[in-house]
Design a protein around this ligand. Structure first.
Ligand code: ADP
Ligand code: ZN
Ligand code: ZN
Length: 731
């Protein structure tokens, strides 16, 4: 009998046995359609066997072997097994997560031949100045095509409405489809700069290494890390001259933000015009994502740029992994398979025997520590790459002794006025959207709380709504206090909208743009805004962390930071690590080009070591301070943690479950520390109670051994009406 063990997307940690019809052959990694309960499901064959423990009569048959897509390579299956095992997530769910949506269904999928677009004879003889001026996008596409043929993805990179414009141009007969030329064996490379000595050293260290090696590229903002990535990619793309060695390799570049991928995509396309590049992120349609994934799997796409899920892309020629902004918390998935894409990438590089580069101006303490103890190799860039670019001057404004208007101090207003006069741009950074974080009654002290959560309703004055940022609940702003009837309700604290309107009142002539999740909700909105900023159609930007990351606005010379203090004394021991990274990043936006930058931070604690280190641009001292604190308190990276989270509508059920889990853990008497059951930071959310239980050990292996023993006991606990999950290496 031919039996296959199939991974299915169900919450059970087993594989499922099926028989194969006579004469059918499959290999591990192939997709199959199988009966499951009353439905049919798509699964992935993990093992082929001759026998099953199940009685022959109970085994059902595979309905269909899904062709058209090559099987997942063994290497990827091994990676997924590791993740399932390490993060204690069901294998089937883990394997299916790695597939794009289309491949999780039984509809036929094949890799489409990529088409390119080129100007037709009539298109070439077209006089562009004769086209109507308002057809901006058509103009842009035609101009770009005058330089040569382009793929659909390359055209899309030129404008969000490129597909519509392209359709019109095809209909008009000005553009036609042509075949894609075969990939060249060597890759052209637009070499913009001669590397600095530090950059060259970093590049050499990686290219001269043999096999696996993890490199921490610690370079201040603007030190030319991206340039190093480009040089490393160029090296990897070339076929290896030694006989019998690989052909040109593939590069996986992971980035934290989907917002940044279109920019980076364009950037790397321009640097490597001949190399096929695909991106993989959740902003793509299912169809696009599947095609891009298949192009990576086929080896045709040589550069794969993606957010965390891209770490599971099959890459037959993988030769280098780069994780940009490796400290960023968005590499950690916060539900389902709670993996860290950075850590999985390191495992993958090791498994494959290739180098991995972790880049950051403010490395995570985990990586920094690993570099200190020699587990990673440290590559330092201590200077800005462009000779004339200096680091911005960072100063604190002590909020205890200045006058504030809607959260903005006089000295900051003065600095803004100077920039307006000089025609330079400013950025005001505040990590709260909405008008004010809460509405308060001046008579009885009533606060606008959410009826479903332990959190507060945020005032959104533009929409005249109170909105919960945790559960999405919203209601109209009341005319009087619901508790005492008093009509005088006051906003407390500040958010982006409040700062925006206060600044608009103060500087009526200024062109102010607010960038936060509310203002960029519509598709393409952020692209339009970024263009406005580039075109210098904006004087003052007011925004959240969306603005902190990776954008390069050369005319921006002032950054003002409002309200960073809550993170200084937070109960989350990582909050201040995160704040430093965020502020260093946002400070890095100031003075990128030839104009010096200035950063003003409004704080009540200007002497806090965090601000002292920030002013001195001294990450190392700060990191040492934090590491010493973590060591004495017994926190990561000196220990390894796992968090058992539970949530449910009945409070007692949640706590009883965790209590029993805790007792079971203690009874095992294994060498791990088991803490008490505590409410989550937000103890109630969307009508559910949330609590957790922490377990830790100073040895990763001991923690894993414990989790493997504990997990089956958890499965056996009564938990009908609650959801629970294990979070290994929680953030
Ligand atoms: P990072 O990624 O470290 O923030 P970038 O790679 O974006 O830094 O480089 C910052 C700026 O310096 C960019 O405008 C880049 O073009 C320029 N640059 C990078 N390397 C060099 C170099 N070797 N010589 C001159 N300019 C450089
Ligand atoms: Zn009241
Ligand atoms: Zn709520």
């Amino acid at each position: 009998m031919s039996v296959v063990r199939v991974a299915l997307d169900v919450p059970l940690s087993t594989l499922f046995d099926y028989t194969l019809a006579h004469g059918t052959a499959v290999v591990p990694g192939q997709r199959v359609l199988v009966p499951f309960g009353r439905k049919q499901m798509v699964g992935v064959v993990m093992e082929c066997a001759v026998d099953s423990e199940l009685a022959a009569t109970r085994i059902k048959q595979v309905v269909q072997v899904l062709e058209g897509v090559p099987p997942l390579p063994d290497e990827l299956l091994a990676l997924l097994r590791f993740c399932s095992d390490y993060y204690h997530h069901p294998l089937g769910a883990t394997v299916l997560l790695a597939l794009p949506a289309r491949l999780r269904s039984s509809q036929p999928v094949t890799l489409r031949e990529a088409a390119q677009y080129t100007l037709s004879d009539s298109g070439r003889s077209l006089d562009l100045s004769q086209l109507p001026k308002r057809k901006v996008v058509q103009q842009r596409l035609l101009t770009a095509l005058q330089q040569g043929a382009l793929s659909a993805a390359q055209l899309r990179a030129l404008s969000p409405s490129a597909p519509t414009a392209l359709k019109t141009l095809l209909q008009a007969g000005w553009v036609e489809i042509c075949a894609v030329p075969a990939a060249p064996s060597t890759f052209a490379f637009n070499n913009a700069h001669t590397l600095t000595a530090q950059q060259q050293q970093a590049v050499d260290a990686v290219t001269q290494s043999n096999g696996y090696g993890c490199f921490l590229l610690h370079g201040i903002t603007g030190s030319g890390k991206t340039e190093i990535y480009v040089h490393l990619m160029h090296h990897v793309l070339q076929p290896c001259p030694e006989p019998g060695r690989r052909e040109g390799g593939q590069v996986l570049l992971l980035v934290p933000e989907i917002n940044l991928t279109p920019q980076l995509e364009n950037y790397f396309r321009n640097r490597f015009p001949d190399a096929e590049l695909v991106s993989l992120h959740s902003g793509l349609s299912d169809g696009e994502r599947t095609q891009n994934w298949l192009r990576a799997q086929s080896g045709r796409a040589r550069i794969v740029l993606g957010t965390r899920l891209a770490v599971f892309t099959p890459l037959p020629q993988l030769a280098l992994i780069i994780v940009d902004e490796e400290h960023d918390s968005s590499y950690k998935q916060q539900d389902g398979l709670r993996y860290s894409a950075r850590d999985v990438a390191i495992f993958r590089a090791n498994q494959r025997g290739v180098p991995i580069v972790l880049g950051s101006a403010t490395p995570s303490l985990e990586s920094y520590y690993n570099a200190q103890i020699g587990r990673y190799r440290l590559l330092r860039l201590t200077q800005r790459a462009m000779a004339q670019a200096r680091l911005p001057e960072i100063r604190c404004i002590n909020t205890s002794n200045v006058i504030m208007q809607h959260g903005v101090s006089e000295p900051l207003l003065k600095a803004l006025a100077e920039r307006l006069q000089r025609g330079e741009q400013s950025l005001i950074f505040i990590n709260r959207r909405g008008y004010a974080p809460v509405l308060m009654c001046t008579a009885c002290g009533w606060l606008s709380g959410c009826s479903n959560c332990a959190g507060k309703l945020v005032l959104h004055l533009n929409d005249r709504l109170l909105r919960c940022h945790h559960c999405g609940h919203q209601e109209r702003v009341p005319h009087a206090c619901p508790s005492c009837g008093n009509a005088d309700l006051q906003p407390v604290g500040i958010g982006t909208q409040r700062v925006e309107s206060a600044l608009q009142e103060h500087f009526p002539q200024a062109r102010i743009l607010r960038v936060d999740r509310d203002s960029t909700r519509n598709k393409g909105a952020w692209n339009v805004m970024r263009q406005q900023i580039q075109d210098e159609a904006v004087d003052i930007l007011v925004g959240t962390q969306m603005l902190a990351k990776g954008h390069d606005f050369p005319n921006l010379t002032l950054v003002g930071v409002l309200n960073p203090d809550s993170a200084l004394y937070s109960s989350d021991f990582r909050a201040s690590e995160k704040l430093f990274a965020q502020l260093a990043q946002v400070a890095g936006r100031a003075g990128r080009a030839d104009k010096p930058g200035e950063v003003l931070i409004q704080t009540a604690f200007p002497d806090h070591p965090l601000f002292r280190a920030l002013r001195a641009h001294d990450y190392d001292t700060w990191a040492q301070t934090l590491l010493a604190e973590r060591q004495s308190a017994g926190f990561p990276p000196f220990v390894y943690q796992a968090l058992l989270r539970a949530e449910g509508k009945q409070k007692t059920e949640v706590y009883t479950f965790l209590q029993q889990a805790q007792e079971a853990a203690v009874a095992l008497n294994m060498p791990v520390e088991v803490y008490g059951v505590v409410p989550a930071a937000l103890p109630r959310r969307a009508n559910h109670y949330l609590a957790h239980l922490l377990v830790q050990s100073d040895k990763r292996k001991l923690l894993q051994q414990f989790l493997h023993t504990w997990r089956p006991l958890l499965d056996a606990l009564p938990a009908q009406k609650l959801r629970w999950s294990l979070d290994v290496d929680p953030l």
